[in-house]
Design a protein around this ligand. Sequence first.
Ligand code: F6R
Length: 609
Amino acid sequence: MCGIVGYIGEQNACPILVDGLKRLEYRGYDSAGVAVLNGNGIDVRKSVGKLKALETALENCWPKGGLGVGHTRWATHGRPSDENAHPHSDCTGKITVVHNGIIENYVQLKARLIEEGHQFKSETDTEVAAHLIESHYKGDLAEAIRTAAKEIEGSFALVVIAQEEPDKIVAARRHSPLVIGVGEGENFLASDVSAFLKYTRDVIYADDDNVVTITRNNIKITDLDGNPLDKKPRQVDWDAAMAERGGYEHFMLKEIHEQPRALRETMRGRLSLEKDCVELPGINLTDDEIRGIDRIIMIACGTAYHASMAGKYAIEHLCRIPVEVDVASELRYRDPIIDEHTLGIVISQSGETLDTIVGLHEAKSKGAKVIAITNVVGSMAARDSDGVLYTYAGPEIAVASTKAYTTQLMTLYLIALYFAQVRGTLEPERARQLREALWELPRRAEIILDDYRDVIAAAERYYCFNGFLYMARGINLASALEGALKVKEISYMHAEGYAAGEMKHGPIAMIDPTFATIAVTVKSATYDKMLSNIREVKARSGEVIAIANPHDETIKDYADRIITIPETEEIFSPVLVALPLQLMAYFVAHSRGPAIDQPRNLAKTVTVE
Ligand code: F6R
């Protein structure tokens, strides 16, 4: 998830681009760059690091010209560096591109372009787009982009300028956001409206496979075959801060809503129904090595630890490999049994959590191979591991982790399916059913996010209770712990997550009419046992909110409130269960008033022991 901006008009483009990038910096801050077109050609300036570094590099010699593009990067292919920073150009330097998204088939396209004689300077997938457009360019930039877009698989918002056509910017999108700002004598393109809100509130949202050409006074939108499309501008009434959050009141809510997209990005190029298999190129393990694993140890903290708990269930169930999960801060002090047949999996959104990194080194020092699941390209976890699987959640700004968690779950499911495929532990028909169910998850997540009035109503009733108890069984024990953690960290309320079978060994003593119990009662092997646990809570005058599947008539006789989520395979249900629990925490905190995105006493990345 990167930020892109384009400007054409009478003003000097560069200050407008840099200002737009400031508003977009929340989308990525590994590097930044601008390209401005003037009588001398295309002037490209870029710098690794935050936007400040680019501003320092520009000091006193800002490129001049009324047309340009800018980019702030969240690395996906290629570590953060000057060379990998956008904009990227073709061989001649006459076509320059900024890009947000992931070009899945970039390896194949790059090989073909190299064979045709193109020379690459970076490790990025974006540079492929620049050369691909060059290879199709015959004097009509929009036409070249249309042809290139048909060849690209994956997600992209591309904004392109060409020296030969100094009066226009051309853009195209598929699955990545692109919005047009309609000005007077000037027009804008950006990842979101916050980049140009100072100048115009009239916007047009481009759709998938639209190709957009903006000049100073005109906007033309076509489909990939060049057929013109008629789209009318609409007005946005958000203020700048709200626009940055996509119109949501907090980053946390925005990030909750980003989960269907983030889940799809994380699956992209790894799970394909056509190919009938899972592919995990970054894992860096041979089939023999995967067959030789006799134990897995997962190392993580906080929310990532909860993801690892669900991962244990999935891997043990599908691959029959014993899995241990460790809170990273405990691992090194317990003298763990690890050898060269152990596979370590470290899970960390930031990839910098000190305890997790120490655990990674501990596992490696004992001879284990270690793979990292992280959201940050080039992070320490990524650098120090033998293999890395990125979650493509995009930057997570809110301290409370949401989309990082569900994309970690998705990555663990992909690992489980991949290992099962290599080790032959699943019947082909069952493997196919599971792949299809996984593929469907983002769509089911969308259904939850389309209408969650029942969650808001529950939060409004329970926010002034004395506390929450989350109970679940099986793989959803992870969901119970994660649901309780979310409430604790942003609303500062007492909340506990428990295995429902443990209730009578202690926690049931807490139940009274001021203590709400959230029971995960989705379709599962332990559904009937969960019903008995709900009865026990009800018998002690506790109120119960059940997270259940639609068409479950039985649960109506048990719970006080029911929040429904679509049905899926039990092992994948934690992804869907997470959404109402995150929303519940959000709306409880909202009613109580704390600073949701930056709760007290917490930091996004914990780099101390
Ligand atoms: C909770 C939360 C934390 C992190 C934990 C690990 O919402 O965000 O519990 O999950 O600090 O952080 P990473 O994943 O960066 O290692």
